[in-house]
Ligand binder design. Structure first.
Ligand code: FUB
Ligand code: ZN
Length: 654
């Protein structure tokens, strides 16, 4: 078993990790085995969404020949198990647990039995149509599932040293290298859903085998050529559609409209885009592919400048779970899938390896603290797939265009991609705190933790002490055991204007470049005291975001806030936040697991519900009647934890 070289000490994050370890992982295990009586909700009104059970472990058992039966669920149902296994691996790195390890070993064993002798693995095809292998790759998710499997096996090998995990991974990767590639006689197309590229890169980073990196690069390069090959094989395939709708999606849906290196806007299915970019940036860094790097920078700019919600959510429409157009950011019909924000975090992390620019970490933090964490209830057993910025529960129930907008997190979802994705993110959050380079260590996230050098890394130890984002104070205790000076580059978040810093007790003015403050530290022990002001702030959207014009959002540090009916009564659209009112924050230990609440003076329009109601829909009267109210905001990521109620992020301001 290996040890992490970084350990989270922050109580809030430790708590999240414990929630995943103690609640989410066993809960998800029970769901994957259909051994728990819960309501599995369809993520939207669509009768074709399988929601009777998960059957994911059963599918593996059938494929392994241990049971008889049919495949059930999505064609990518296997990936739920793989993501669970990856989360278990990270969790074991945090807290060793013999029985969890034994259980995960059994899963790895089961996977090895479900793997075909040539390395191929996919329960749907093994059970329902071995002759259809790779014939429907636009929709079949075969490589998508394999990508998740590689990620899981790499993580599990790192956590436990499992040689079986590595055997399965090598056999699978070799199968892929033999089957796909530029050489004659191999397949020249990619999967409709990017992910295999990420898995191959993880295996490449672990094993250093260039074939895996090259194949990841190949899958990206061949992407735009794939549709004609998909079409050719589909015509030969004797079976029916596997995921009906997908074959009729436009090429932008799966990013095949242009060669990936020529893409400069985020188009189509949001999760696919950010998974693709994450892999592209990783390959660019590993192989020096400058065209990939340039495309990533352009797509990044398009997302961050024109297509991302203030919560770090992406994907403006349920149709194709997709991006739409610049500045189109509706708050109550959007998609903002939890997985998409998780993918954005992956993308940001890879960009931090390419460019030393704090903006990537700003966005990573925005997505992490808001949309990603909002994906899970405080009990670790209820999950959002879609993360709205404005909810009126009845609309989600009665307006067919809003059936995906839920006001309470379901116990599980027909398409269960998000919960295990979040589990693996939370259990590996330490991987996002620092970027370590030969000449400098970059601090991306402020999370209390202890960093030790890994075997080959530079000998610098950092203890980060902070209760961020409750306060903006961070103390770094650094022990530079190198014989030469090194640099600690600390992110100055883009949402703040100023920071105070002292080095070894003396005020220090660091060089600021691209969002990082550079602090040189000589050999020996040092302290850096760093403080940014965290107070509630108002934010306004670009004028071209028509949905948010004349509205205000409140954030406190990296956390976006929202108002809930529970605190502010129903009809949240009637609230007006006074322009001049001071926003005041205080900590409430007993609320929502302990949160900073923000309050501001405002008004509520009362006209149409009192005795002087206008009586009809419209009036020529100039003013609404108003009553003075105190508006109470809570962190967005904690909404929906007190029963069904209205919520909104953007408020009118007067
Ligand atoms: O297609 C696999 C996963 O299911 C996607 O990443 C999610 O958006 C959901 O559609
Ligand atoms: Zn998802």
């Amino acid at each position: 078993m290996s040890k992490r070289n970084i350990r989270v000490t922050d109580p809030v994050w430790k708590n999240y990790k414990e929630l995943v370890r103690k609640e989410m992982i066993p809960y998800q295990w029970a769901v994957l085995n259909d051994s728990i009586d819960i309501a599995i909700e369809r993520e939207r009104n669509d009768d074709s969404i399988p929601n009777e059970k998960s059957h994911a472990i059963e599918n593996l058992k059938i494929a392994a020949g241990l049971k008889k039966g049919e495949h059930y669920g999505w064609v990518f149902q296997d990936s739920d198990v793989y993501k669970w296994l990856e989360a278990v691996a990270y969790s074991l790195l945090d807290t060793w647990d013999d029985s969890l390890k034994d259980l995960a070993d059994e899963v790895v064993e089961l996977i090895s039995k479900a793997q075909e002798p040539d390395g191929y693995i996919n329960t749907f095809f093994t059970i329902s149509g071995p002759e259809r292998r790779y014939m429907r790759l636009a929709e079949s998710h075969e490589l998508y599932c394999m990508g998740h499997l590689l990620e899981a096996l790499v993580a599990y090998n790192m956590a436990t040293g499992s040689s079986l995990a590595m055997e399965i991974a090598a056999k699978l990767a070799d199968h892929l290298c033999d089957t796909f590639g530029p050489e004659e006689g191999k397949y020249h197309f990619a999967d409709g859903h990017e992910e295999i590229e990420i898995g191959l890169m993880k295996l490449y980073h672990l094993k250093g085998d260039n074939r895996y990196r090259d194949l990841a690069e190949y899958f990206l390069k061949v992407r735009a050529d794939s549709p004609k090959e998909w079409k050719r094989l589909k015509a030969e395939d004797k079976g029916g559609d596997i995921l009906g709708g997908i074959s009729s999606e436009p090429s932008k849906y799966n990013q095949t409209h242009l060669p990936v290196e020529k893409q400069d806007t985020a188009e189509g299915h949001a999760v696919r885009v950010v998974y693709m970019c994450s892999a592209m940036a990783d390959v660019a860094e590993a192989s020096g592919n400058k065209d990939f790097a340039a495309a990533c920078r352009k797509i990044w700019r398009n997302i961050v400048d024109k297509r991302m919600y203030i919560t770090g959510g992406i994907g403006s429409t349920v149709l194709g779970e997709s991006f739409t157009l610049d500045y189109d950011l509706p708050n109550d019909t959007m998609y903002c899938e939890t997985c998409a924000s998780i993918g954005l975090i992956f993308f940001a992390k890879q960009m931090l390896k390419l460019d030393r620019n704090g903006e990537y970490a700003d966005v990573m933090e925005r997505a992490l603290y808001n949309t990603a964490l909002s994906g899970m209830a405080l009990d670790g057993k209820h999950f959002f797939y879609v993360n709205p910025l404005e909810v009126v529960p009845q609309k989600g129930k009665l307006d067919p265009t809003k059936s995906h907008v839920k006001s309470v997190r379901p116990e599980w979802l027909g398409c269960a991609c998000c919960p295990p994705n979040l589990a693996r993110l939370i259990t590996s959050v330490e991987d996002y705190i620092y970027s370590v380079f030969d000449d400098a260590i970059f601090v991306n996230l402020f999370i209390a933790s202890e960093l030790e050098p890994d075997e080959n890394g530079k000998k610098v130890f950092i203890k980060q002490k902070t209760d961020y984002p409750k306060s903006g104070k961070v103390l770094f205790e650094i022990d530079n055991k190198e014989e030469k000076e090194t640099t600690i580059a600390i992110r100055l978040p883009g949402w703040t204007d100023d920071a105070k810093m002292s080095l070894d007790g003396t005020a220090y003015k660091p060089t600021l470049k691209d969002g990082y403050m550079y602090v040189p530290v000589s050999s020996g022990e040092h302290t850096i005291d760093f403080e940014i002001e965290i107070k509630p702030k108002r934010w306004y959207a670009n004028l071209d975001v028509s949905e948010d014009i004349h509205k205000v959002a409140v954030a406190r540090g990296p956390q976006v806030y929202c108002v809930e009916e529970k605190d502010n009564g129903s009809g949240l659209h009637r609230l007006l936040l006074n322009k001049e009112s001071r926003l005041v924050d205080h900590y409430e230990e007993d609320l929502l697991g302990g949160v900073c609440v923000v309050e501001g003076d405002g008004e509520r329009c009362t006209d149409s519900s009192d005795s002087e109601s206008i009586g009809g829909l419209y009036t020529d009267r100039k003013e609404y009647k108003k009553e003075t109210v105190k508006i109470r905001f809570i962190p967005y990521n904690t909404w929906g934890n007190r029963g069904e109620n209205e919520m909104r992020v953007w408020l009118s301001e007067e």
